[in-house]
Design a protein around this ligand. Structure first.
Ligand SMILES: N[C@@H](CCC(=O)N[C@@H](CS)C(=O)NCC(=O)O)C(=O)O
Length: 305
């Protein structure tokens, strides 16, 4: 039998090198072919979608609300706020998205990812008026609230749920997906690592437990003050900024984690009332859509009331 040393250093080394190159080339060719096949399938799927309807590709629904992914939630809230007809396609595979993340939308020939850019594109495309009545100052408050919920508040919520209470998340995922606990634990462990990396990269990991919890409470109280006695963030009717705030708050409470910070949120009369009004306004059919959460798609043509 040829010894490894002779393969690496002896007269057989050119044969060995050719073999290694052959394997590498074969693997690359296989990858290229499988990517090409996937892209072709994807292009066919997109070409076959019904025209003049927004197709939203999202993670599936869960029992605790319309979404377990905040960005997917925001986009669906917006479509409902703007009364744009849409069909939602549930998938666990983000690889077909242009950014390899969900959500993404398809509208005729346009394929677009990232919740914020999707909303901006839809506002232009459908001439959505939801924010038209806002003054420059109100618009700035809306943007600040959006940055607050999608910035520090979301990081605090992710740390408190996915990092500090990951065992609770394992139990939830086990129930939702119906897999053995060790499988759910494996996925949550991978996600936890990802969140820890993210929190460290953005500097949130530098905060002590005490500091991040007090910052989180500050964010929640700031939101309470911004909403105040108004029915919605900026007045009597919801704007696109309410979609961002509502998705973040609903998701934060959906995990049912009991900490002083989450308890403050769930006991706040202002925020509870706000969540109820947003739910009634955008998801009056919440129970029905959750009950049908195993459907592969759901189509909505909401009346313009
Ligand atoms: N900035 C993006 C973020 C989208 C995003 O992070 N999506 C996550 C789910 S919440 C995702 O698709 N993760 C799948 C993965 O990373 O493999 C947006 O707002 O749409």
């Amino acid at each position: 039998m040829t010894h490894l040393c002779s393969l690496l250093f002896g007269k057989d080394r050119s044969k060995f090198a050719a073999g290694v190159v052959g394997v590498i080339v074969a693997v690359k060719v296989m990858r290229f072919i499988s990517r090409a096949v996937k892209q072709r399938k994807q292009a066919t799927m997109i070409a076959n979608l019904e025209k003049d309807v927004v197709h939203l590709f999202s993670f599936p629904r869960w029992a605790r609300g319309p979404h377990f992914s905040t960005p997917c939630f925001r986009v669906e809230c917006f479509l409902r706020l703007a009364r744009i007809p849409y069909k939602i396609h549930f998938t666990m595979d983000p690889s077909s998205s242009p950014t390899e993340r969900l959500p993404y939308i398809v509208y005729n020939d346009t394929v677009l990812a990232d919740s914020e850019f999707i909303v901006q594109w839809l506002i232009k495309k459908f001439d959505v008026q939801a924010n038209r009545h806002l003054s420059a100052q109100e618009d700035a408050i809306g943007l600040a609230a959006r940055r607050l919920v999608e910035g520090s508040l979301q990081l605090g919520v992710q740390r408190m749920s996915m990092v500090d209470n990951s065992n609770h998340i394992v139990d939830i995922y086990r129930g939702e997906i119906g897999v053995p606990r060790f499988v759910a634990a494996y996925f949550v462990r991978q996600m936890r690592k990802g969140y820890i990396n993210l929190l460290n990269v953005v500097g949130h990991g530098d905060l002590t437990d005490e500091q991040y919890k007090s910052e989180m409470l500050r964010d929640v109280k700031a939101l309470e003050a911004l909403i105040g006695a108004k029915p919605f963030l900026l007045g009597n009717k919801p704007t696109t900024y309410d979609c961002n705030v509502y998705a973040c708050l609903q998701m934060s409470l959906a995990y049912g984690i009991q900490t002083p910070e989450f308890d403050y949120l769930s006991n706040s009369t202002t925020l509870r009332g706000y969540l109820e009004r947003m739910g009634q306004s955008l998801f009056p059919d919440m129970d029905a859509i959750i009950a049908r959460r195993k459907d592969a798609t759901q189509t909505f043509r909401l009346s313009s009331s």
